[in-house]
Ligand binder design. Sequence first.
Ligand SMILES: *Cc1c(COP(=O)(O)O)cnc(C)c1O
Length: 481
Amino acid sequence: MRYLSTRGHPDRKRFCEILLEGLAPDGGLYLPETYPHISPAQLGRLRQVFNTQGYAALAYEVLSLYIDDIPSSDLRALCEKTYTEAIFGTPEIVPLKPLQTKAALGATVYLQALSNGPTLAFKDMAMQLLGNLFEYELTRRHAELNILGATSGDTGSAAEYAMRGKKGVRVFMTSPEGRMSPFQQAQMFSLLDANIHNIAIEGVFDDCQDIVKAVSNDLEFKRKYKIGTVNSINWARLLAQVVYYFAGYFQATQNDTQKVSFSVPSGNFGNVCAGHVARMMGLPIAHLVVATNENDVLDEFFKTGVYRVRGTADTHETSSPSMDISKASNFERFVFDLLQRDATRVKNLFHDQLSQTGQFNLGQDPLFAQAKSQYGFLSGRSTHADRLKTIQDVYADNHIMIDTHTADGLKVAVPLAQADVPMLVLETALPIKFAATLVEALGREPDRPAKFEGIEALPKRVSLMPKSVDAVKAYIVQHCD
Ligand SMILES: *Cc1c(COP(=O)(O)O)cnc(C)c1O
């Protein structure tokens, strides 16, 4: 399997070459040259593997279709080390819970749990594997990597818990001082591992991101200090997410002719893009529902064909903050497929049109009209009031608490569910991470998993810094030997 860039760069690379890279050299995103197709017989075999050997074995089967530069026994061992009950809380790893919902008459709606990993958000599903893949590849190359990131919450903690104690890797994670929820701050800052560095910046999330960009654009510094990233455009993260679409399908169906739909709380289009890949491989998915909050860049696209990047001032701060995006950084991958892999057009849209006008419009393109039926995308948006109501309804009808992002997914899914097609709503975080909104909705604190009891009182390890590129660089230099 070789990988190409969505913007037409002539290089073709193997999995381990792109594993430690971010963007392709031409600014595009990496995708496999072709999606491996799963025949009906293979799908039956994968179901058998999942039912008899479990999630890690399924992960190995799916990943091995895309990775041919890691020996099979090593890849299998990496999957088995990653997807364990000890790390993900249940033997099923991504169990389904049926939900009673008054609105979806006749449709079976499930929550697919993806948030029982170390940081209680779905990002652990991919990041835990990435930590093990990075350690494996860096050891093989006798190399080191310094991961520099900016986080408003979920990504940073998932990255730190995945990389803590790993050989050859250090993490320098910037976050806006005082802006994360107390629980999120406690999760990150209580890590005392020597290779994890928390940097609180006196500013907002965009300041953190600007610092990361400035450091990465200093190519000499970047090379000398081996700076890398783990953001959501990393192909390995996306690939790891493909696996749970298969696992959800096998749990919700009895045979391989049935279809299911997924509803995915979306921001950067990483999670739902993995669903698109699963569908392209032949997984029988009826609909992929893209659920946004008030930051409805993606809902607007799927309704009108207009992709319009928002400015900082038009990006809302919402109660589902991990979906507060101004542009969707993985979206280019889907547009590449939508345009039948015409890299010249993708480059024109994302490189030229977006930078010149901040938007492009595919509404008149026959390919856009085709896209809904061909790729099964539906979309909708949710608001703060919708989230509160959805959280209240689910609690009243099921005695289950869901988090704010999952509430967006469910709110959008219910009216779109079809009677004979199971609708799987991806649970992207546990409610304890966003306790304030749960208290607003239900008048009580969400349940707290036992291992997080008293986390806010633990000693904290964090360095406070002004919003200065030089200060962050100096800190990295000082901690690199
Ligand atoms: C990151 C995140 C999302 C958005 O996922 P994308 O892959 O960026 O679309 C949704 N919910 C939660 C809780 C998240 O952490």
